[in-house]
Design a protein around this ligand. Structure first.
Ligand SMILES: CC(C)(COP(=O)(O)OP(=O)(O)OC[C@H]1O[C@@H](n2cnc3c(N)ncnc32)[C@H](O)[C@@H]1OP(=O)(O)O)[C@@H](O)C(=O)NCCC(=O)NCCS
Length: 168
């Protein structure tokens, strides 16, 4: 399958809301960490998330990119921005980095390399926005083995690993 990648356009808004809701549902199904979200109507929590995401992208050299097939059908999205969190014990190249906040591929397009292409495209966008950046990061639920495999295929290696255990 051949794809082309373009920036988000206002006409994508409804599709993006549905895709982000599907991403949220996917993560809820993988791990009960997101269980609290099921108490909210999915479209309201996704809309609230997007209300938070758009200014974050706008204020931090970010972008949302849409992957389409040759006929223009939307098949996937990626969003990323620059994070800058200075910390006394880490060098600036470690604490200022590109961050992929969202990636979602429609089920019928999975396994065809679109995620890899979208990750390359957001990497190029962020590096052009700030050529001093040397790192691109992404968080993933530990149990999301398919996403982890896709990211490793795209050149990512594990950085930090966060453990948790239940309290009380
Ligand atoms: C994770 C996701 C973004 C990957 O997108 P994709 O376009 O299918 O990924 P790519 O085609 O670029 O990468 C393919 C690699 O991913 C892994 N992969 C993809 N589908 C897989 C499957 N069904 N089983 C196992 N591995 C799979 C493999 O490593 C594969 O490499 P290979 O073809 O050499 O075996 C996509 O599956 C998705 O949107 N999932 C639902 C939402 C989600 O989990 N988002 C990530 C949140 S952090």
């Amino acid at each position: 399958m051949r794809f082309y990648i373009r920036p988000f356009e206002p006409g994508d808004a409804d599709w993006v809301l549905a895709a982000e809701a599907a991403l949220q549902a996917h993560e809820i199904a993988i791990f009960d960490k997101r269980l609290a979200l099921t108490l909210l109507p999915p479209e309201s929590s996704t809309a609230a998330y997007l209300d938070m995401l758009w200014p974050m992208l706008a204020e931090n050299h970010g972008a949302m990119l849409i992957g389409c097939d040759e006929g223009g059908r939307r098949l996937g999205l990626v969003a990323g921005h620059v994070v800058d969190e200075p910390f006394p014990t880490e060098t600036p190249d470690c604490t200022r980095y590109g961050y992929v906040s969202d990636i979602y591929i429609m089920p019928e397009a999975r396994g065809s390399g679109l995620a890899g292409q979208l990750l390359d495209a957001i990497a190029a966008h962020l590096h052009a926005a700030d050529p001093t950046l040397t790192r691109l990061r992404i968080n993933v639920l530990a149990a999301n083995a398919i996403a982890r495999a896709a990211y490793e295929k795209a050149g990512f290696v594990p950085y930090e690993i966060m453990y948790e255990r239940k309290l009380g």
